[in-house]
Design a protein around this ligand. Structure first.
Ligand code: AMP
Ligand code: MG
Length: 396
């Protein structure tokens, strides 16, 4: 099964959480906006000065060297009087332009003596005036539904006076990690044991996407224990994600456990790393079983779980944007499967390749800046352009 087929099948099974919370705009950063937002006001709300200078009537400044009496002073936050013909108003950035003025002369082009100002140039009509509504017009849409709010988005909402925002409830994700070989850092590493690194990687990823994470820790390689963990996780979460135990070995109990507690599709995905992937349902929760290999589980999380979680949380377009970047390496023996190679930007603006692409080598992911998405059987020669998925984009 191809990555795209599996992803499409999974995403068609993703249900967006229905609950919407009205949250203070101040604390809505990172959340998914449930409904589009419109501005009820013009921005800027009034014509205002873009510079420190002098507001004038164009009709009064017909020649360089014109002198006008300074009849008023308008600072930001205060409102002046209508500008009398033959006078200028000393004005500061952001201050409302007085009625009758049709240009602001920058102070660098003026010289002031007592209450007189002389202009060294003739201003253009409208010069240095920001018109009301030139940035945002009352009634226009400022934020679309289904975006993950970034700092500048909540700033924009605040700039038009929106004090609360409707956001989708966070998805609840339950994680557990199968394997009798697993121990936690801080515990003694008995012979044959390994540290449960997936717990850190996958939990961190779930947090990146703003989920409410429930972490059930290590589950032993036994059918009853796996079934019990599934039941509990299904009762408390929208999505269950597990690592390990999805191969068809005797010690792999995830598949029979999900089949006993719910329904399951087992996929052999034509990708490297990451072959076995399980997708199903247990009770009301979606189930995604990732392979145990640390790089495989990391990459399959990014490729499958990431869009699934985003869609579950109401994100309208969960597909990552893909960049084109230059490969500064050769990849002469491609795999028949689609490969996700660990690569890193170099100072020449190209991509370097981590020397071993083995799916057990987690160091490759920590070294890398992203994944080169290489089609099946596709050899890469130095200088070729490749599809590049930077982690910065995948984490966005
Ligand atoms: P499995 O998919 O259970 O057959 O595991 C495949 C490989 O990944 C084995 O070498 C496991 O020891 C390793 N592995 C499984 N789970 C974890 C984990 N949570 N952290 C690190 N390595 C793991
Ligand atoms: Mg295992």
């Amino acid at each position: 099964m191809s990555v795209d087929e599996a992803l499409a099948a999974m995403l068609s099974g993703a249900r967006a959480v229905a609950e919407v919370e009205e949250l203070a705009t101040l604390v809505a950063n990172g959340r998914v906006l449930a409904r589009a937002q419109r501005s009820t006001m013009n921005v800027p709300p009034m014509d205002n000065s873009a510079m420190d200078g002098y507001a004038v009537r164009l009709a009064d400044v017909k020649a360089a060297g014109t002198r006008l009496r300074i009849a008023q002073r308008i600072a930001a936050g205060s409102v002046g009087q209508p500008l009398e013909p033959g006078t200028a108003a000393r004005i500061f950035t952001g201050a409302p332009v007085p009625a009758g003025a049709d240009a602001v002369v920058m102070q660098e082009y003026c010289s002031q003596e007592k209450d007189l100002v002389s202009m060294k140039k003739i201003p253009e009509p409208g010069e240095w005036i920001r018109l009301a509504g030139s940035d945002i017009q009352a009634g226009s849409e400022i934020l679309a539904a289904g975006i993950r709010l970034r700092p500048q988005d909540i700033g924009l909402a605040a700039s038009v006076g929106i004090s609360t925002l409707p956001v989708c409830r966070k998805a609840r994700i339950g994680l557990f990690f199968t394997g009798d070989e697993l121990v936690m850092p801080g515990e003694a590493l008995a012979p044959g044991r390994i540290y449960n690194s997936n717990r850190f990687t996958l939990r961190g990823l779930a947090q990146v996407y703003g989920c409410e994470v429930r972490d059930y820790g290590i589950v032993p390689d036994r059918l009853d224990a796996t079934r019990e963990a599934l039941r509990r996780a299904a009762a408390e979460n929208d999505v269950i994600v597990t690592s390990g135990g999805v191969s068809v070995g005797e010690e792999d109990h995830v598949r029979p456990a999900v089949e006993a507690e719910g329904s399951l599709l087992m996929w052999k995905i034509a990708m490297k790393p990451g072959r076995p992937l399980a997708f199903g349902r247990v009770g009301n929760a979606a189930f995604i079983g990732l392979p145990g290999n640390p790089v495989s589980s990391f990459v399959t999380f990014l490729v499958f779980v990431r869009p699934f979680l985003l869609k579950t949380q109401g994100v309208a377009d969960p597909a990552p944007r893909v960049l084109e970047a230059r490969a500064d390496f050769d990849w002469p023996r491609p795999d028949p499967r689609r490969e996700f190679l660990r690569v890193k930007w170099n100072s020449a603006g190209g991509l370097d390749l981590y020397p071993t692409q083995d799916s057990a080598v987690l160091a490759s992911t920590a070294w890398a800046d992203g994944l080169a998405d290489n089609p099946p059987e596709h050899a890469i020669r130095k200088g070729d352009m490749v599809r590049f998925l930077p982690f910065s984009e995948l984490y966005g």
